[in-house]
Design a protein. Structure first.
Length: 478
């Protein structure tokens, strides 16, 4: 199927409007930029003669040449189009220049062209649907691809000007001051305060070595988005199954350990059901099949289109398959760049988990703290990411702070890179408590006092209701 807007249609046509727009441009050339900002393809015009006039205006405008009757007529002769577009025809167009402003009329013309294309696309789709030689699932896949291509084509025709972005910036500042809008938060107080929440279109990389808590922190972010804010969130898990991911949520909600949930030993069913009520009907979408990268992109697009997903977690980068690339460096380089582009195109935040190489474990004592070179295939990731976060568990290596406050729960979170915010110092990261057994984060140095998170049965009887109420937008996290 051809994604381009074509003219082979008989409906959704207004040649009088086409003539009025072009005639207005010939009479008032200063409006040419407005038209060309909205109408970027000649096929938006149905009439072939109108397409030729559009070509002349677009080329003259690009070359910064005058646009008037004489110059356009000369252009037609130079391009051997003067038999179709005579001087009298151009004068007739100028006689229809009754529009005082052309922007809304250009938008109407643009919409008519889109409808013409969709009508043709629907007819093609109907023809393919009754063809017994075409596989139904292949047709569905092709349909999804074509819809994305249509949206890309439409978006390309509606490029914004600098003034549009300026208005967006002012509106964004005004909304944030009035409390009507916040950035995309992760539910970690230090991080959210430093960034003000991430912006739509950001690629955020969360990297650590094996067993340092990447999935646990991702679980916390997902719970914050889905439970606290009721914001649709997608998860692509390439290391665990969807059921195993949900087990992590159950452990975090009930404070039963991952092991207890896995074995089913010592789990009180009444406690389990009461404490997991918040997990019912979560706006959470999980994909746990080892599909290749192009298929994962289609799935993410579908989440955004159908469910308005704003955050997608991918666990993790180095596990993404792609038969187009043999070498890991080529694969990771391509995927990090494509995911950055995807986030920007869809207006979402992608939280991309990534693995360290093994060299960091060879360093001694506090020099084990992460650095950019620890990322596998780090150059492309460092370049593409809007933010890079590192995790480190000092107690795992027998390390202790001078004030003896480091224990088995201590987790260091470092903001190694931010665009638009100050990164943390490598030797002065943010400190959190992390209970890996039940995948929960807490303010630093609180779990040692509690000896871990209390179970539900240790709360007062009326605590279950209040503890299950979601945090409202604008309230502080831990």
């Amino acid at each position: 199927m051809n994604y381009e807007l074509t003219t082979n249609h008989l409906v959704n046509v207004d040649e009088h409007l086409e003539a009025a727009i072009l005639g207005t441009i010939l009479s008032e050339p200063r409006q040419a930029g407005t038209m060309l900002n909205i109408i970027r393809k000649r096929s938006i015009f149905y009439s072939t003669r109108h397409q030729l006039v559009y070509d002349a205006i677009a080329e003259l405008y690009a070359q910064d040449k005058p646009i008037d009757l004489v110059i356009v007529n000369r252009w037609m002769r130079a391009h051997k189009a003067d038999q179709d577009i005579s001087t009298s025809y151009l004068l007739d167009l100028m006689g229809q220049s009754y529009l005082t402003t052309i922007e809304p009329h250009c938008l109407i013309l643009f919409q008519l062209a889109v409808k013409r294309y969709l009508g043709q696309y629907g007819r093609d789709l109907s023809r393919y649907a009754i063809d017994p030689a075409i596989d139904a699932f292949a047709l569905i896949s092709r349909l999804s691809t074509d819809i994305d291509a249509i949206m890309t084509n439409v978006t390309a025709m509606q490029r914004k000007t600098a003034n549009d972005y300026l208005r967006e910036s002012f509106q964004d500042i005004e909304d944030k001051k009035a409390g009507r809008k916040t950035g995309i938060t992760f539910g970690i107080k230090q991080l959210d305060e430093r960034t003000g929440g991430f912006s739509e279109g950001n690629l955020v990389v969360l990297a650590a070595g094996t067993g340092q808590g990447k999935t646990g922190v991702a679980t916390h972010v997902i719970r914050h988005r889905c439970i606290d804010l009721q914001s649709p969130t997608g998860v692509v898990t390439l290391e665990m199954t969807g059921k195993e991911y949900m087990d992590r949520f159950i452990a975090a909600e009930t404070s039963y350990s991952n092991s207890e949930i896995n074995k089913g030993i010592g789990v009180d069913e009444m406690v389990l059901f009461n404490r997991t009520r918040r997990l019912v009907d979560l706006p959470l979408y999980i994909h746990d099949k080892p599909d290749e990268f192009p298929q994962l992109v289609l799935i993410i697009r579908e989440w955004v289109r159908q469910h308005k997903v704003k955050v997608v977690v991918i666990d993790y980068l180095q596990k993404i398959k792609d038969s187009r690339f043999i070498k890991a460096l080529e694969r990771v380089t391509r995927h990090s760049g494509d995911l950055k582009d995807l986030a920007a195109e869809l207006g979402i935040v992608i939280l991309l988990l990534a693995q360290f190489n093994r060299d960091w474990e060879k360093r001694k004592e506090w020099d084990k703290r992460p650095m950019m070179s620890d990322l596998k295939e780090s150059s492309s990731i460092e370049q593409d990411a809007n933010a890079i976060l590192f995790l480190f568990r000092p107690d795992r290596f027998g390390l202790q702070y001078a004030d003896l406050t480091c224990d088995k729960y201590t987790m260091e979170l470092a903001g190694a890179k931010f665009r638009g915010a100050e990164p943390t110092d490598r030797d002065d990261p943010w400190l959190l408590d992390y209970d890996g057994a039940c995948n929960r984060l807490a303010p630093f140095n609180t779990l040692k006092l509690k000896a871990g998170f209390p179970r539900l049965e240790q709360f007062p009887k009326d605590a279950a209701k209040s503890f299950s109420e979601p945090i409202k937008e604008g309230e502080e996290g831990f």
